[in-house]
Design a protein around this ligand. Structure first.
Ligand SMILES: Nc1nc2c(c(=O)[nH]1)N[C@@H](CN(C=O)c1ccc(C(=O)N[C@@H](CCC(=O)O)C(=O)O)cc1)CN2
Length: 283
C-alpha cells in the first residue's frame, strides 16, 4: 500500500510555525478577500481561509461582490485595495460572477500584494523560473511543499499534470518543469488514448479536472506518486479525481481527499500572505 501524503497533518505543522513567525515579526498582515457570496464553494473556502488566518495572526477583510457586478466595478475595488497601505495581501476567490473576467482582475492586483500569485507579473516570474521573491499559486506550491516534505524529488522524473487551469495545471507544470521533471500537460482536448499512454509511464501524476474517479489504479504505473487536486462532492462527501481505493495499492505515495492538497492550499496562502507583508516592510 502506498504512503499517504498527509496534507492535513503537514499543514497543521506549517500553520503552527507560521503563527510563531507572525508573532515574532511584529508585523500586522492583513488579507483582503474579494468573493462572490452566492457561490457555495467560495463561501466555504473563504470561511476556511478566514478561520485559518485568524489562528496564525493574519487579519482578514471580506469584500462580497454582487452577482451582477461588472469587471470595471471589481477593477475599482482592487485599485482601492492596492492603494490601501493597511492591506498587505489581496485574494480574489475564483470564480467571480460570470460577467467578470477573473484573469483581468488577478492581473490588476499589485504584484507585491498578489498573494495567490495569479497575476501576469507573478506568473511570468514563475514561467521564466526567475530568482527572487514572488508568490506562486497556493495549490501547486502546496503540492511542491508536500512532495519536498516526503523527500519526493521531481528531478529527472516523468510528470503528467492533468488539467490546465490558471489556478492549478499551468503553474503546476511550470513548477515541476523548474524542478527538472519532464512534464506533460494534458487537458480536456487530449485524446483519451494519448492520456492513457502518458499515464502508463508517469512517475508523478497530478490531476485536477473536477471529475470524480477520472483516474483509476489500472491506468497508472506501479510505484507512481499520485497527487489528487480534485474537489468534488459526491453524496454530500468531498471526493477527488482519483479512485483512491483502486490506486492506493499501486502507488508509492498518494494524497487523500479530503486531507491532502486542500489543507496545503490554505497553509500556503497564509505563508504567501505573511511573506508579502514581510517584503513590503523591507521596502
Ligand atoms: N483565488 C483562488 N480561488 C480558488 C482557489 C485558490 O487557490 N485561489 N482554489 C480553489 C478552492 N480552494 C481554495 O480557494 C480550496 C479548496 C479545498 C480546500 C480544502 O481544504 N478542502 C478540504 C475538504 C473540504 C470539504 O470537506 O468540503 C480537503 O481537501 O481536505 C481548500 C481550499 C477554488 N478557488
Amino acid at each position: 500500500m502506498g504512503t499517504i501524503l498527509d496534507g492535513r497533518a503537514l499543514s497543521k505543522d506549517l500553520k503552527l510555525a507560521l503563527g510563531d513567525k507572525v508573532q515574532e515579526s511584529g508585523l500586522e498582515p492583513k488579507l483582503a478577500v474579494v468573493f462572490d457570496p452566492t457561490n457555495d464553494g467560495s463561501r466555504l473556502y473563504v470561511g476556511m481561509k478566514q478561520r485559518a488566518a485568524a489562528k496564525v495572526g493574519i487579519a482578514t477583510e471580506d469584500i462580497a461582490v454582487d452577482p451582477d457586478v461588472t469587471t470595471e466595478a471589481v477593477l475599482k475595488i482592487v485599485a482601492d485595495l492596492n492603494a490601501d497601505d493597511t492591506v498587505t495581501g489581496i485574494l480574489v476567490q475564483a470564480p467571480l460572477p460570470e460577467a467578470v473576467n477573473d484573469q483581468e482582475i488577478f492581473s490588476a492586483i499589485a504584484p507585491a500584494k498578489d498573494v495567490d500569485g495569479l497575476g501576469a507579473y507573478n506568473q511570468g516570474m514563475l514561467f521564466g523560473d526567475q530568482q527572487g521573491e514572488y508568490a506562486v499559486a497556493a495549490t501547486p506550491q502546496g503540492v511542491m511543499t508536500m512532495l519536498a516534505h516526503y523527500d519526493i524529488n521531481p528531478y529527472g522524473k516523468k510528470a503528467v499534470v492533468v488539467g490546465r487551469s490558471q489556478l492549478f495545471g499551468r503553474p503546476m507544470a511550470a513548477l515541476l518543469n523548474n524542478a527538472d521533471a519532464t512534464v506533460t500537460l494534458a487537458h480536456r482536448y487530449t485524446p483519451r488514448e494519448m492520456l492513457l499512454a502518458e499515464l502508463k509511464d508517469a512517475d508523478i501524476v497530478v490531476v485536477g479536472v473536477g471529475i470524480p474517479n477520472f483516474i483509476t489504479g489500472d491506468q497508472i504505473k506501479d510505484g507512481a506518486v499520485l497527487v489528487d487536486v480534485g474537489m468534488n462532492v459526491v453524496d454530500g462527501k468531498a471526493t477527488g479525481d482519483i479512485d483512491f481505493d483502486s490506486a492506493v495499492d499501486k502507488a508509492s505515495f498518494i494524497t487523500p481527499v479530503p486531507g491532502g492538497v486542500g489543507p496545503m492550499t490554505i497553509a500556503t496562502l497564509l505563508e504567501n500572505t505573511y511573506q508579502a507583508a514581510l517584503n513590503q516592510n523591507k521596502q
